[in-house]
Design a protein around this ligand. Structure first.
Ligand code: FAD
Length: 285
């Protein structure tokens, strides 16, 4: 099934994001994670694609495994920065043979040790390549505060429009910790005539190193009200996890009250966090 169909049936569409284990040998850990997540009955589960394709095979295997084992639709992340178009064709063949119908198509980032590109690469090229096949539903990444490399949010939105023109039919947002930023972003999308569905990416904060690492990578703003919690519970990991959960739940309740089309939970492979959120926000009744 194409995940675009979920958005026509009921909203918010609920999705979870997981990442593959780094070693194929630990496939068992993802079996446990996905089993617990499946009990929460998400509309779909997305599986990230490692930097430079490092977890590529696992991504495809897990996407197929979830679909076949739990009958839950999957969205396979795919990046193009480290692959030739021929390699991408082979990956698309593989996805198709595994019955995976939905792709989150991104440029990705170069691994730290890789030499710089001689010619720039953008997600819209990957989207256009996938679109040619007419076999996949395509989603793209969106950045409520602008992508970290882009000079302005306005410019980034113009590039986002190119991704939609190339064939993206759903946008999944980068994490954000201030809903007003997302609402302002949605207004800008409307002004730019970008009318595809948007799913809001929510990540529960559960540790200081986690939030420091992720915000340094993506540039998401930490609002004062969240910083207060981070300072207050800096030395109390359990209390910080609880406060992070409550913060994420408040964000989701407010988003639902504003009739958001989709909630995409970055589970960080911690099903108990997703479970608490789903239970306490009534995302699944
Ligand atoms: P693009 O849309 O190509 O944009 C990249 C940069 O180029 C931006 O600064 C943009 O403004 C600029 N740009 C775009 N078009 C042009 C143009 N025509 N001319 C000049 N500049 C242009 N990464 C992974 O490696 N694996 C994952 O699984 C993964 N999952 C993600 C899931 C979500 C929901 C999100 C939001 C991000 C995810 N990422 C993942 C991170 C993503 O790969 C990085 O943010 C990456 O730096 C940008 O990818 P993109 O597809 O948004 O790039």
């Amino acid at each position: 099934m194409y995940i675009g169909d979920f958005f026509k049936k009921r909203q918010p569409v609920v999705s979870f994001e997981i990442f593959p284990p780094k070693q194929t040998s630990s496939f068992e850990s993802i079996v446990t994670t996905t089993k617990q997540l499946s009990l929460l009955k998400p509309d779909f589960i997305s599986i990230t694609y490692g930097a430079g394709g490092s977890t590529q095979r696992n991504t495809l295997e897990i996407a197929e495994y979830i679909k076949k084992t739990y009958a839950i639709e999957t969205l396979a992340h795919l990046t193009c920065i480290s692959n030739t178009t021929q390699e991408i064709e082979a990956i698309l063949d593989d996805l198709q043979s595994r019955g995976v119908k939905n792709i989150l198509a991104m440029r990705g980032d170069l691994p730290a040790e890789a030499p710089p590109l001689t010619t720039p690469v953008y997600a819209k090229q990957l989207i256009a390549q996938i679109k040619k096949r007419q076999q996949f539903f395509i989603a793209a990444a969106a950045y409520p505060e602008g992508h970290i490399e882009c000079s302005s949010l306005e410019q980034d939105i113009l590039y986002l429009k190119e991704k939609v023109a190339a064939g993206a039919e759903l946008l999944i947002s980068q994490i954000f910790f201030e809903n007003q930023l997302l609402y302002a972003f949605m207004d800008k999308l409307q002004q730019a005539n970008i009318n595809v569905a948007l799913s809001a990416g929510i990540m529960p904060v559960f540790s200081l190193p986690q939030i420091q690492r992720i915000t340094s990578l993506c540039g998401a703003t930490i609002p004062a009200k969240l910083q207060v919690l981070l300072d207050k519970y800096a030395d109390k990991p359990q209390d910080l996890e609880q406060a992070g959960l409550e913060y994420a739940q408040q964000q989701i309740s407010d988003l639902c009250a504003q009739k958001i089309q989709g909630i995409h939970i970055y589970t960080m492979n911690k099903p108990h966090l997703a479970e608490e959120i789903v239970k306490n926000t009534g995302l699944r009744k």
